[in-house]
Design a binder for this molecule. Sequence first.
Ligand code: ADP
Length: 381
Amino acid sequence: MAGVTEQQILDSLKEVIDPDSGKDIVSAGMITGLQTKDGHVAFAIEVDPDKGAGLEPLRKEAEEAVHDLGGVISATVVLTADRPAQGPDQGPPSPGGPPPVDHGGAPGGSTAALMPGVASIVAVASGKGGVGKSTTAVNLALGLAAAGHKTGLLDADIYGPSLPRMMGITGKPSSSDGTTLDAMENYGIKVMSMGFLVEEDTPMIWRGPMVQSALEQMMRDVSWGELDIMVVDMPPGTGDIQLTLAQKVPLSGAVIVSTPQDIALIDARKGLNMFRKVGVPVFGLIENMSYFTCPKCGERSEIFSHGGARIEAERLGIDFLGEIPLDIIIRETSDGGRPIVVSEPESEHALTYRAIADKVWEKIEHSLSDQDAQAPKIVIQ
Ligand code: ADP
């Protein structure tokens, strides 16, 4: 079947009327970032930030209009409220541009209302991909749950969402009230990920503002209920997208995952600076793949100058939260959807993750008790 053209998509969207202006959403200039690739279509609808949640039916209608076109395999539509107040001639979002300035959403301000029942949020970040950030986020969340805290896990790694697989969850979330999505759940943890919402073969063509609004939707339109702590698996790296996410989500703090190689430590430093820039406390550094344990004899070998992260943490004046070895059992359990903290809760590695979780919880308690005295501030440079 021939692919769908942009014109066909826009024509179908002209049938969708914005209830506020009475105009169709194309003439009203609300469509941005339209992308098509091999029958997969994605775009954003620019809406008034105050009306975002109420416009879900509009989003759905637009998605269905495009989905019904011949040649469309998947349609992914997000609402975005990133258009700056001034500047009426705003073009489509530029992928390489600077992060949009967050006019209304300082932590503790309007974004806090996104997840009203969530008492604290901790980001798990890394300077680059492949260091084991998601594995650490999952086992950290399970460690927090094992200590009796009501825990959620939000996959903000929108480019490569791996939490559904690691948490052993398949299927799509449903909605019991018709307006909000129910979080998925396994091992006593509530989970939401872009991986549940988009078709597996949808190309990840989200960029800049679209990524942010997808994340906002996962916070705002999901019934998370009452949680003591939400662990957010951040996208790897320290670019504009990560910086903006760090501003958008009212984070209590962040932990940085690094491997011992020097290069990774340079990346870890960038991560630290990013959070400092936006005034988010860094709870500490976790060294992953710190040393190698032989699966046969249990012998420990230090293949990558082990201990670099601990020294680096001291030098940077942040806490060292713990070290996790490179061990095939960690890979097999996390990639197999049975993370080690739940599948072998009394094993040495599980206990290490749980000890890290306890340290993170201590930091959270500190920051919660500080919160009344000093509201979290956002610094935009
Ligand atoms: P990231 O989120 O940083 O991209 P992942 O958590 O997806 O990294 O990990 C990348 C791969 O490395 C996965 O296959 C994961 O199972 C494996 N892995 C992560 N940490 C460890 C570890 N400590 N020991 C062995 N394998 C690991």
